[in-house]
Write a protein that binds this ligand. Structure first.
Ligand SMILES: Cc1cc2nc3c(=O)[nH]c(=O)nc-3n(C[C@H](O)[C@H](O)[C@H](O)COP(=O)(O)O)c2cc1C
Length: 166
């Protein structure tokens, strides 16, 4: 699949089959994250891969999207490492770029993902629950697995609405 096709085909997946992605496949998506751009090349992203049911059940308790976390074989916790940070705005964007690399790479490998942001409303509690180091701030949880059920068609504003004129 070429890049434009992958970008166009990627959709948020919220229903997953029970088949877990293997370790190598998960690592390929994190390898894609590793090559994201960052300001001063500071690479402020860190990732925790959660596969065990008990931890996922605990995580699910912090979000109204609990069903997505419980249904996905894997949850990836994407963090900003303050010890590597130099400019918050830029570092947050860099973590976003790394997350998008994960989503696109996963899509190209036949995996489905959903970027979960609502859970960061309780990011301090989640970090305590996961026993993360104090330097780590949770930016998102990525639910990952093989898609099941219907994947909805995407909807976007038309390009002319996005173009600014002076
Ligand atoms: C920063 C961010 C936060 C998001 N948070 C959630 C979330 O908490 N729950 C959810 O189901 N989807 C979440 N999404 C997925 C969006 O709903 C989805 O990307 C958007 O509706 C466009 O659909 P598509 O990804 O299928 O193209 C989030 C996406 C982004 C980029």
């Amino acid at each position: 699949m070429d890049m434009i096709e992958t970008i166009r085909k990627r959709r948020s997946v919220r229903e997953f089959s029970e088949k877990p992605p293997d370790e190598r496949t998960i690592m390929k998506t994190l390898e894609a994250a590793r090559w994201a751009p960052s300001g001063l090349n500071n690479q402020p992203w860190r990732f925790l891969v959660v596969r065990d049911t008990e931890t996922k059940e605990g995580l699910a308790g912090f979000t109204k999207y609990s069903g997505i976390i419980l249904g996905a074989p894997v949850s990836i916790i994407a963090c900003l490492d303050h010890d590597s940070s130099y400019n918050r705005d830029k570092d947050v964007m860099a973590v976003g770029a790394a997350i998008q690399n994960i989503l696109l790479c996963a899509c190209s490998l036949g995996l489905g993902t959903c970027w979960l942001g609502e859970i960061i409303n309780r990011k301090e509690e989640v970090a305590r629950y996961l026993k993360l180091a104090d330097s780590l701030e949770i930016m998102a949880v990525i639910a990952m697995g093989y898609p099941a059920g219907n994947i909805e068609d995407g909807q976007r504003k038309p390009l002319p609405e996005l173009l600014l004129e002076q």
